[in-house]
Design a protein around this ligand. Structure first.
Ligand code: SF4
Length: 313
């Protein structure tokens, strides 16, 4: 294949002599919420040079970025009990429960809250739903930090009718329904799946004679745009590389969406994980990345793919 005939689609990562066609999602790299959180955290670290500083859980789901922040003196810890009284603490983009927030306050900590505004909006919605007596249904990953935080805000006794977390449509069958239901989605959930699940919830509630189901589209734009573009690229590509944290919900979602279209999809955190054998005979490579993946990781991935392509030419 002659290199002059090939081009890299993305305006962000154009290389002079690419040997494979690499299509990079324009909606890749840090999203608004992640960029905001990282900028806030670095500023905060600089402003408190002599204090003990902690990040309660990973500020974003990207271990390389967590390490960079640690190099600035912000130690990543998992439990509130590991934070000494009076220290500085950063609340991650995924948020915490109201109970955890109170525990941080009780320890007289200097708190920097980087919870994404989109996540905070869900906290307000579910709090209001619970206070008005609705059963709150959260569609998302049961074990995800964001969901745990939302569950905390949805528990508003005594009026609230309880909280259910649904990850897959099959779970709707077993779900109890009450007269008033409010449904929200984890910010990184897939819109198509969310619509299917909300439809199933409505059908079940209506069949039991209940008529009040309110559905809130709380999937954030950054997630939606990344998912849409990833699907488009996967349809054109012969192999997809999804770059991002292995524990990043939105990156994992991009991987599974691509896998519905292509068999040759790989989820990597860094360019070092790329294997030359994956690209044998492949001329069109798609690259997508989660919302917590830095631009540098994407650029290094594209560079390495081109190096591999050069060897295979
Ligand atoms: S993916 Fe959406 S909700 Fe999550 S941090 Fe980014 S902007 Fe906020």
């Amino acid at each position: 294949m002659k290199s002059e005939k090939l081009k890299v689609e993305s305006s962000k990562y154009i290389l002079r002599r690419p040997y494979v066609k690499v299509i990079v999602a324009k909606n890749s790299g840090f999203c608004f919420g992640v960029k905001r959180a990282m900028e806030m955290a670095y500023k905060y670290a600089k402003e408190h040079p002599d204090k003990k500083k902690y990040s309660l859980r990973e500020i974003i789901h990207n271990s390389q970025e967590v390490k960079k922040l640690e190099a600035e003196g912000v130690k990543h810890i998992e439990k509130i009990s590991d934070i000494e009284d009076g220290a500085c603490v950063i609340v991650s983009t995924h948020g915490v429960t109201p109970t955890e927030k109170n525990r941080l306050k009780e320890k007289h900590l200097n708190i920097l809250d980087t919870t994404c505004p989109y996540v905070k909006k869900i906290h307000l919605i579910v709090k209001h739903l619970a206070e008005s007596g609705a059963q709150v249904v959260i569609v998302g990953d049961k074990d995800h930090l964001e969901v745990s935080g939302i569950v905390g805000y949805a528990q508003a006794p005594p009026e609230g009718k309880g909280v259910s977390v649904i990850s897959e449509i099959e779970e709707v069958k077993k779900m109890r329904v009450s007269a008033q239901i409010g449904v929200v989605a984890q910010t990184t959930y897939n819109l198509v799946k969310y619509m299917e699940i909300t439809k199933a919830i409505m059908e079940k509630a209506f069949a039991q004679g209940y008529a009040q189901v309110s559905v809130h589209n709380t999937i954030c734009d950054a997630t939606y745009n990344r998912q849409e573009e990833t699907i488009k690229i996967a349809k054109q590509a012969e192999i997809m590389i999804v770059v991002g944290g292995k524990n990043s919900a939105n990156t994992k979602r991009l991987y599974s969406l691509s896998r519905e279209i292509l068999k040759t999809v790989y989820h990597i955190e860094t360019a070092g994980e790329l294997k030359a054998s994956w690209f044998k005979g492949k001329k069109i490579v798609g690259v997508s990345a989660g919302a917590s993946t830095p631009d540098s990781a994407i650029a290094e991935t594209v560079k390495k793919i081109n190096e591999i392509g050069r060897k295979h030419k």
